[in-house]
Design a protein around this ligand. Sequence first.
Ligand code: HEM
Length: 478
Amino acid sequence: MDFLRLLPSPTEIQCSALSALNTLLTYTRRSNDVILPQTDFDIDPITGFVPPEPLPRLPAEYKIWEDALTEAPEVLRLWDDNSDEALSLRAEGETWRATIRSRPALDVQRLKDQPRLLQRAHLVLAWLVQYYVHSLPVAQPPTPKRVPESLAVPLVEVSRILGIAPVITFADTITWNWDLINPEKPPTIDNMKLAHSFSGRDDERHFYQVQAAVELHGTQLLRIIENYNQIPNLDDFTFIFKVSRDLTRLTAIIEEISDLIQSMRSGCDPYLFYWEMRPWVEGSDAKGPTQPGWIYEGVDPNAPELQFLSGPSGGQSTVMHALDLFLDIDHKLQKKRYPLPSAENRRADHGFMERMRQYMLGKHRAYLEQLEKSPRSIRELAQRTPVLREPYNNAVAALKKLRTLHMRVACLYVVNMSKTVNPRSACPAAGMMERQAARMESSAPPERRGPIRGTGGTELAALLKAGRDATARAALRN
Ligand code: HEM
């Protein structure tokens, strides 16, 4: 054995000295001011909320799940797809679903101390649920969709251990859904490839990749938050210049994230997004409160986690929540700020961001709770320190602009596309020209269409405007 390799390298010595200093700082602060380091919350110093390595595949006894996921895109199509290809696959699709129904619910207890395998189990089961539910023929009038026990029971168990909602989440589609192109190289956005895709299209790859890029870029922002939290004494003026510089850097990072969100348009077609990708990830409440939700067979229908079965949303991005909490954005309208919320703001879903936390890993949610409870609000510091006001306000303005740009993207991809015709409801024989024409028309008169909802099931326009306005309200006034 090469014992020299067991000795710490100079970098490791430096790291452990820093970590000892951090621990010392952590525990020498006032007892009500203890701030634990990000590493305590499964936040990687390099990749942030993204795991530092691809998730390992499940061990042999769970191979049937992995195999079912590999097979799913080959044999399953959306339930309303009547194309020749989809019709020719119907029998195979039914066999796939019948096999899932016939299987026992595997015990997941032996994974319980292996967080990465639990995450992989969550991903696999959650994707299988979406494949199952959205390929299943829909009864008229619609009846609740039943998720078979073989998927529902282990998914709920795994989710309980991880502290995450038992449904497909932002993590399952983005932060955990990648492999390395070159396993010898580190996980950078250029060295990551999408592991699973519903449509198999480049557009879907781009859609997920842009969001993964935001998460990776967000690690710089996490570092700024960590540095701020490690400042031993905020009233010591020598640190104020550092805080000012960091706020300026934070503004630039937010602007870069805005650019990333804008880059969605270069590789993801809104029509394909709306009709080919989005239907696969819809959650139990996607059609609004008047439509029946899903039944998880074998699970107590009163289990609290069954309240959280919405589809994945950018609102589940832990990076965006960390940013909001750090800048003290008040989505819940609990603080008296100006201009006062409009009537539309007040009617919007104020609990959305809070609810979205249930769709994150328990450890990541705990980190956000720590940020939320932190007694060292940067907004308050900027309020009492004139030199920090402008850099703080610039960061808030950049975040408001990000939300304005994001609203445009959401409008283009969701609101506008909701007025186009579902290609699967158009006559199968219709040619390309007719299809294009159909895209320009609305499929139902506006009064018969319900409110436009996000994948999180909420009314989207009011929600996004309320988020933008809550951001603007954080700006400090003279
Ligand atoms: C084509 C691209 C995108 C579309 C169509 C889109 C659509 C939406 C929709 C419909 C919502 C409403 C909530 C819900 O899901 O029900 C939402 C919320 C949200 N999205 Fe996106 N989004 C896109 C890209 C992104 C990206 C790249 C991010 C960055 C992580 C992001 C971050 C958020 C956040 C943080 C929210 C919560 C509301 C807010 O903070 O204002 N979105 N998005």
